[in-house]
Write a protein of this length. Sequence first.
Length: 382
Amino acid sequence: MIIFLVIIVTLAYLIIIGSFVYGFNKVKDFYLENMLSKTRFSIVIPFRNEALNLPNLLQSIIDLQYPRDLYEIIFVDDESTDNSKEIIDQVLDTKFSNENFTRTDIKIISNKRQTNSPKKDAITKAISIAKNDWIITTDADCILPKQWLNSFDEFIQKTNAKCIVAPVIYKTNNMLLEKFQLLSILSLQGSTIGGFGIGKPFLCNGANLAYTKKLFFDLDGFNGNSNIASGDDIFLMEKAIRNCKNNVQYLKCHEAIVTTKPEKSWSSLISQNLRWAAKTSTYSNVFGKLTGFIVLVMNALIIALFVLCLFKIVSLKTFIYVLIIKFSADFLIIFKTSIFFKQKEVLKSFPLSFFIYPFFSVYIAFKSIFKDYKWKGRTYKK
């Protein structure tokens, strides 16, 4: 019976990961052709206590190579207790004033809490005053590439997209913790792209997400999931898929890659993953739920086989076979993703991270059942 379950779970995992590898290749790379810029964007950036990160973000905004008259930036202050707002004001009065920006191009507004999700409230308020047709959301700890808006603009001109999911990656150093997170996000990005490639999109990242203002209002915004603190990205995408699946597309373009920071400690990484895990039970995407379940069961199987092997209930050969199969599948999807993101160097850390991840993921899944989580200094109930 045990061997039968091992075969079923391993086969299901192989099918899922294999489908993402196939789907990854199906999504073609998008290349810029220096087309005449046409699309008007409203960039929405909620922030709370981001004084350390804002200078880098602001400099990347200054460096954007897109016509100034075709975009505006709306910062939404979510009750910051540090000097985040002052930093933005200072840069506005110095660097931005020398780059032909005006106060009408860049706004700083205060969030107004309406629901249990401050970030969704912030985005909703910003969209309500946005003057342009396309909304792009990103985070205050991100760095935007110079051709960021150009890539979205040309993609919009060439497709019928109404909602665009785009790539996100971590900027890391040589620490194991950061490399572990980089491998994790490469896996997520590979699954994201692969899901689009097989016609079953189920993941996205609000640090690099665009949609039309009309679509946002047609979908009634975040209504229906505002009781959940996070998920401003995936819940909205799920709504868009139900409403107009063919208009939800992935922008697989190097010039569109947004860079963000990994967590600085294992405890903060655990808190982040607890926040992410808290919303998974409310996903409406059946394929996404099934994928998450299979991945979790496969990781739990690795731990179970290790224990059963110690007690000689399962042979060492069986454990090694399953390890090799999972190792090969995981490595393949991360390898393909690392090539796209130009992060092949991190593959050296894959073997160690591979053995850590099952214990980490099962721990997060178990702990998320019982524990509330913290985010930006606030505690959220399950």
